[in-house]
Structure formats: C-alpha cells, structure tokens
Design a protein. Structure first.
Length: 308
C-alpha cells in the first residue's frame, strides 16, 4: 500500500479532512480534500463536519482552524512550519503598540499569531483586505498589521491613511527587480502578476495584483497569455492544473537557488510522511488557550461575515 493510499484509508477511518495551502508540496496538494488560500481555508474550516482537521500549511493557519473549531482535533504535520511575517509581530510588543495608539480600529492580516488576533478588531486576508478596510468608517483611524507591504498597497488603493506595523514576509521580499526586468525583456508579451505582500517596486511592474486565489482566477480568465508570477512558487502547480497550455514563469529571486524562484522554507517542512504520521498519531495538536480563542474568534468571525 502506498503512503497516499494509507493516508486515504486512515482519513476515512478517523473522519478526517485534509486542508492544504497552495504553497504546499505537490504530493500534499494531490492528497488534500481542499487546496486554497487563507480565506478559502478559513471558510472550509468552518464548514467541515470532520472530527480531525489535518492542516497542511503553517502554524497561524492551523491556529485559525482551531479557533473556528475549538472542539475538533487540529493537527499540523510539523510544528516548525512557522511564518516569517507572523514572527515579525510578537504579541507583547504589538499589545504595547496598540495601547500607545488608542481610538484606532485594529485590522490584522491573518498571517499572525492567535495572540495577536486576540488584540484585533477585525482580521483580513489578501483576498478581502480592501473590502475590510473600506468597511471601516472614514472618520476612524486604523492600525494595520503586520504586513507593511500589503498595508501600503491598501493605502494606495483606498486613499486611507493607516498606521502600519513594520512587518514583512521574507518570501515576498526576495524578488529581484533587476532580474524581473531582465526576464520581462526576454518575454515582453508576458504579463506580470503579483501578490500584494510584495514590495512596492515589484507591484509597480504588475498588471494584476491579488491574492493567490485571485491570481489563479486571473490566469484562468486570460489563459491565452503568458505570465510571470510574483508569489511563492508553489502556486504554479495549481495554476498549471487549471491552465495546462498557458506558459507560467516564476518571478526570479535575489538569491540563486535550485528553482531560481522564491520559495517558503516554512511551507516546505511539511511532507507527505509527516502528514501521515500526524494523522495516525493525532499529533502534534494545535493548542490555543480558551481565553485567547474566545477573543480571537470575534475578529475572525467579523471577517468571515464580510466575506460571503
């Protein structure tokens, strides 16, 4: 019996569901019940009637699933699957920052810890960030955390001034503008699409800026074109499934590596074998204190209500 067959068998026996992010390894995406971005994964976590949620992604995503399903077992293949962006916003430091700026509506990007979400008025993802910010009355001051690049992009699109936390994602800051320009010279008819976590100078080159799900939909709608894709390279697997005859090139990273693209090392620590083991052993489980869960649930639910 193959490892994939063992996982499928065990999943049925335990009434488990496997949720995977677009940035996961291909074999994990293939075995998942649902593959999506942070918003889609949150929505699926709410819907599931499974007893066990196997979250193939990073820690903050699994935490969000646990907050939405406090009575379910939520397991992560590897607890070392963290997030540089979430790490850039420690909860104690952020709490001091919020207290130093009273009378602000606090919006946090979903890429943060449960403790940071508990200090928040409303959560957003890259799919709904513009909608969430626009839902706040114009006379209200806003703190936006932790991603400064996404925050700057939202400000440019809405005209709203926001107080930004100085955090970022190492994956989306790794793109080389010089290499990107050279690549575009080589493929001048190819369209550059980018994730809004990317730096401003990268976003200025893009024809389309959007979430991972938004980028996939844009490519599907324009499948007769060629694309240079500025986000974590794992997205290309799902894109190629959706548009097999469309030319897709990952945007080049500053550092030379095996794929010459930008990859999230945290996402890639999950493996199929670890996924099988965590389902078999029902470990490691995601644990969030009751107090934090109750506080963090409120801003997450507000986001989901605005995202229907």
């Amino acid at each position: 019996m193959t490892l994939q067959e063992k996982i499928i068998k065990l999943k049925k026996e335990k009434n488990a569901v496997i949720l995977a992010h677009y940035y996961q390894n291909q074999d994990i995406q293939d075995i998942a019940d649902y593959v999506g971005d942070s918003l889609g994964l949150s929505q699926q976590a709410v819907k599931t009637d499974a007893n066990i949620i196997v979250f193939a992604g990073v820690h903050f995503m699994a935490e969000t699933a646990k907050i939405l399903n406090p009575d379910k077992i939520v397991v992560l293949p590897d607890l070392n699957a963290g997030c540089s962006l979430a790490d850039s916003c420690p909860a104690d430091t952020f709490e001091s920052f919020v207290k130093a700026h009273p009378n602000h509506t606090v919006i946090t990007y979903i890429n943060c810890s449960a403790e940071v979400k508990a200090l928040t008025d409303i959560v957003c993802t890259s799919s709904n960030a513009l909608k969430i910010v626009n839902s706040i009355p114009k006379d209200k001051s806003i703190i936006f955390a932790p991603d400064r690049n996404l925050g700057k992009y939202i400000m440019s699109q809405t005209g709203r001034e926001m107080l930004l936390w100085d955090g970022s994602c190492v994956v989306h800051e790794a793109f080389s503008i010089e290499k990107l320009i050279e690549l575009h010279k080589k493929y001048p008819k190819y369209i550059i699409i980018a994730h809004p976590e990317s730096q401003e100078h990268i976003l200025k080159t893009a024809t389309y800026i959007g979430s991972t799900a938004g980028m996939i939909n844009y490519v599907k709608e324009n499948s007769d074109k060629g694309f240079i894709v500025a986000t974590e390279a794992g997205i290309l697997y799902k894109m190629k499934q959706e548009v097999p005859n469309t030319e897709l090139i990952p945007a080049p990273a500053k550092e030379d590596n095996t794929c010459a693209c930008s990859e999230c090392a945290f996402m890639k620590v999950n493996t199929l074998e670890k996924l099988y083991n965590c389902l078999r052993d029902e470990s490691p489980q995601i644990q969030v204190s009751k107090e934090v869960m109750e506080k963090a649930l409120v801003p997450i639910q507000r986001m989901l209500e605005l995202s229907v």
